[in-house]
Design a protein around this ligand. Structure first.
Ligand code: NAP
Ligand code: FE
Length: 371
């Protein structure tokens, strides 16, 4: 067995948020909440502010987090956090507010730094961070990563300074009124994390066992996902599986489908999970470790790659095909060329891969979602 390390320091609390009031003690008397607009509608912000009021903790709410938050959006949030002299940061919402909260926690603790500085590894600390995910997908609650949209680079990029939340609260109750398209796109993101982490260069014996367990858990949820039927017990399983996906990629990082997806989200605004799943079949098809690919199918109780594609198509195509996305040959050539020219973005695929092969995965994924 190869040597490896394992580090996932986030303490998880699963179930009703208001059952964990005491867990918010000990971080200071002034909180900065980074969220979006939906937390005011799904009850999460009300529960959180109830808890903070009860503990006599002051708070400021920044609810302007963009989807796929941009550098400028983080700059705005961070300047507010600095102005309030926050003691700690709470990320509340989907992956966008959670990722934003990590960058804000660094910047509020290091007032001389700008967002752009976070893209260079630095020996810096951050304000303590708590995470309350309201989507079951990104696993940002159990990863140290923060993905930001960089308009100057024309893509999304992970910041180079890593921060795990100290605690994360997984409460499925906030997802009851979530539109099916968000439930599906976020669930398939978690599914991609598990598969990509399992087939990544940095996968380990331990991350593989976690991934195999999570894939079996997903197999239990797939009929509900395909049937777009999300009773409470399925949502409870999905938020735990999302956190498990985070645990896997916290060790392994993601692989080709995530790297390929960034162009689709940046240029065509395709939701993150759907954009990633577009390339999942192509990734499994090209992957040279056939034994591990077979194991993925076995854990999912799927007979072969054709049936796997059918399954993914049932989940993603109804939403994607109805949008009428259009791509030119030049688009595909530009996306593939940019990825092939960035070896660091390919490093987590364990084998050499050519521009032709990348183009082939882009071509087959994109032609599948266009009319
Ligand atoms: P999101 O962008 O956070 O949210 C998608 C949409 O769902 C938004 O309109 C949001 O509204 C809404 N929403 C959130 N919670 C809801 C709820 N409970 N009920 C109803 N609507 C709700 O989407 P996401 O897929 O969770 O996160 C995507 C981001 O995470 C991307 O930037 C991606 O790159 C990143 N990501 C990070 C990691 C990591 O390891 N850190 C891993 C994968 C992906 P509001 O925003 O207005 O609240
Ligand atoms: Fe993701």
């Amino acid at each position: 067995m190869n040597s490896f390390t394992y580090h996932m320091p986030t303490k998880l609390f699963v179930g009703d948020l208001c059952g964990y009031i005491d867990e918010f003690k000990g971080f200071g008397k002034n909180a900065f909440i980074v969220t979006g607009k939906s937390s005011a509608k799904n009850g999460a912000l009300k529960d959180l502010t109830f808890i903070l009021d009860k503990l006599d903790i002051k708070y400021t709410v920044f609810d302007e987090t963009e989807e796929n938050p941009s550098v400028a959006n983080i700059e705005t949030a961070a300047s507010k956090a600095k102005a309030t002299c926050a003691d700690f940061v709470i990320g509340l919402g989907g992956g966008s507010p959670l990722d934003a909260s990590k960058a804000v926690a660094f910047l509020a603790a290091n007032p001389s730094l700008e967002v752009i500085d976070l893209f260079t590894p630095k020996n810096i600390s951050a304000l303590p961070l708590l995470a309350i995910p309201t989507t079951a997908g990104t696993g940002s609650d159990t990863t140290p990563y923060s993905v930001l949209t960089c308009h100057d680079k024309g893509t999304k990029q992970v910041i180079s300074n890593f921060l795990f939340p100290a605690k994360a609260f997984l409460c499925a109750g906030y997802m009851e009124d979530m539109p099916d398209s968000v439930t599906l796109s976020t669930a398939i993101d978690a599914f991609c994390h598990i598969i990509e982490g399992y087939l990544a260069t940095k996968s380990t014996y331990m991350s593989d066992l976690i991934a195999e367990g999570a894939l079996r858990g997903f197999a239990e949820c797939l009929p509900a996902i395909v049937g777009r039927n999300f009773p409470r017990d399925i949502r409870e399983k999905l938020i735990v599986l999302s956190a498990m996906g985070g645990v896997v990629i916290a060790q392994t990082k993601t692989s080709l489908p995530h790297q390929m997806s960034y162009a689709l989200t940046y240029h065509k605004n395709i939701p993150h999970g759907f954009a990633t799943a577009v390339f999942l079949h192509g990734f499994l098809n090209i992957h040279k470790n056939k034994e591990k690919v077979s194991k993925v199918l076995k854990c999912l109780d799927v007979s072969d790659l054709a049936s796997f594609k059918e399954l993914i198509d049932k989940i993603i195509l109804p939403d994607l095909k109805s949008q009428g996305y259009a791509f030119t040959k030049e688009d595909v050539a530009a996306y593939a060329g940019a990825l092939a020219a960035a070896p660091e973005r390919l490093a987590n695929y364990p084998y050499p891969i050519s521009l032709d092969e990348i183009t082939q995965i882009y071509d087959s994924g994109i032609s599948n979602i266009t009319l």
